[in-house]
Design a protein around this ligand. Sequence first.
Ligand code: SD4
Length: 324
Amino acid sequence: MITRRKFSSLFGLSILGNSLKSCSAGVMTDTTNSFVSGNLVISTWRNPTANQLAFSALKSEDKSLLDAVEVGINTVEDDPKDQSVGYGGRPDKNGEVTLDACIMDSKGNVGSVTYLKEIKHAISVARLVLETTPHVILSGQGAQDFALENGYIKENLLTEKSKLEYDEWAKEMKYEPKANIERHDTIGLLVKDAQGNLSGGCSTSGMAYKLGGRVGDSPIPGAGLFVDNEIGACTATGVGELVLKTCASFLCVEFMRSGLSPQAACEKAIMRIIDKIGAEKQQVGLICCNKKGQIGAYSIMSGFVYSVTDNDSTQILEAYSYSL
Ligand code: SD4
């Protein structure tokens, strides 16, 4: 059971001197002392359906942790209203929708695809890479060929809405990523079962209007996603370049390994981005959990919400942030 308490993150206030605000969109939560001993699903942003589907899979005896991750993320990839993931994702500078995804299991196996075109379920292709190849990452044309060889079909992923927005943007072609305005809605989803086993995945169309060929953090193990079944798991959303430069998900898991709570680990990893790169005006959000079922979430800028599902409920919570 997640307990909700309205007080500041002690780690943030006393050690990092960050500013905190009262909650608006979600419920601010200090999960430092809360444990979810049973099944747990957490995901970036507002994804109640994905969480609930993943949670049902966790409860089902014939489903694996990866099944839970995949079914949860697939539903977001299918949703044309989510313009940062799969079908309906915003295109790159050339008007093409290109997808990045990564999945990681409790044994440390990873599969990933980058710059995948015309295949909606990037997370499923990433899983196939994990389960059926000796490789970790397939990219671009090779990733698409691999998907087609495995029965996937090409689909047009550019919806009318995303195309209209792109056409408008293309009049000036000014590349200005804006935190939370683009609603960086990449899904990163972490699962934990009652035995404390962990897995995770993330899937995205990346930053809107990125240069052709650009690969973000999401498909790179240790950047957009990292799972260490002995310790915990973390996933990231936001400006991928900042996450890539700091290996933020790996860093967060390593902070947990050194004894920090998930909340403190998230905050320290975000502070690394700010200290090293000076990124106060850009958005990165991290969510993580450890084997015991403690949760952490933190972002550079306010407005980052995340979804938590345990046996009792699904909640949309607003993360503490470095700046208002
Ligand atoms: C990227 N981190 O490609 C992704 C973008 C993102 O929600 O998170 N969007 O940089």
